[in-house]
Write a protein that binds this ligand. Structure first.
Ligand SMILES: [Fe+2]
Length: 324
């Protein structure tokens, strides 16, 4: 049995060092760029309330798909959730005849709630995030004084990715890269010739993600970004957010490694690490916390599930006073 090839979507043995992982990702992208059948079809749904891009990635040959960074609509004033944004993803997947293999999270988001558990109910797929989620669970478990029933071992997810883990979407090969900085657990997923890079880089005219959340690190973010920018210039990059840079009227979420290397306003080629760290740290001091950070973190550290209901059957979101 042991010499059977892994079934599609089954994580395989990781390659070892960060350099070897980058070399494997580079080879994967180059192979895909030379072979259109290995380039996935990508459809993006943009949630304007949270400025979040949800990507549906599929292999046109097998129609197997992955959903990356979904959004559960949440109205803070009433505490009500809605499924409008996620329903658009469901409608598209059903209309296109796709079969979902993966529900991927690039990280535990602090600005929107994940719809992954609801999408999983509708469409299936394994729910996965970076293995560093255990650190995030530890930090926020303490901040929100979650009880012992809240496991800090990532067991709420179906799979935890480490740097260099390979997987596939249908017949398209994929590799997970650990890109910490915004949070300690951020992952980028390189699928064929396309990299889904979460909160690292934004569009070249907007810059980079903040690095001041608990566990964030501007220096680590710089190294993660330089690693992503070492991929081939034609690698397609898909972002998690866009906020329209000054002078730009439309939302955008797709660029390339080459465009970021040449034009990213925070980290184009030639920007030194110390200068980036100084800029990033100064800018982060001016930013207020995201509107939905309280519900987002408490829900997303539980893989998109609400906190356990209290004895009256109701789930509550806590606000720690004078803490964050
Ligand atoms: Fe984020």
């Amino acid at each position: 049995m042991s010499d059977l090839p892994p079934s599609p979507g089954t994580p395989r043995t990781p390659v070892s060092t960060p350099d070897a992982v980058l070399a494997a990702a580079t080879e994967q992208v180059e192979t895909a760029l030379a072979s259109p059948a290995l380039c996935p079809v990508i459809r993006t749904f943009f949630d304007e309330d949270t400025f979040t891009a949800t990507h549906v990635v599929h292999d046109p040959e097998t129609k197997k798909a992955a959903i990356i960074d979904s959004v559960l609509n949440y109205e803070a004033s009433s505490g009500r959730t809605k499924h409008g944004s996620a329903q658009m993803v469901v409608d598209y997947i059903r209309k296109t005849g796709l079969e979902v293999e993966w529900q991927l999270e690039t990280h535990a988001h602090a600005d929107h709630l994940s719809a992954a558990p609801w999408l999983q109910q509708q469409l299936g797929g394994k729910l996965a995030i970076g293995a560093g989620i255990t650190r995030v669970q530890d930090v926020f478990g303490k901040i929100f004084n979650a009880g012992t029933e809240f496991a800090r071992d990532g067991s709420q997810f179906d799979h935890l990715f480490h740097d260099g883990d390979t997987f596939s979407v249908g017949t398209i090969p994929a590799i997970a890269l650990h890109v910490p900085g915004h949070t300690p657990a951020d992952m980028a997923f390189v699928i064929g010739d396309a990299a889904f890079i979460g909160d690292t880089l934004f569009m070249p005219d907007y810059g980079t993600a903040r690095a001041d959340f608990p566990g964030g690190d501007a220096r680590a973010l710089f190294h993660s970004i330089r690693r992503l920018l070492s991929l081939p210039a034609l690698t397609r990059l898909y972002l998690c957010h866009d906020y329209k840079a000054p002078g730009r009227d439309t939302f955008a979420w797709e660029t390339t490694v080459g465009a970021e290397r040449e034009g990213n306003v925070h980290v184009h080629n030639g920007i030194a690490e110390d200068d980036f760290v100084a800029m990033r740290s100064a800018r982060d001091k001016t930013l207020s916390l995201p509107t939905l950070i309280m519900p987002s973190v408490q829900v997303n550290m539980r893989a998109g599930h609400m906190p356990e209901a209290e004895e009256n059957g109701v789930s509550y979101i806590k606000v720690p006073v004078n803490t964050l």
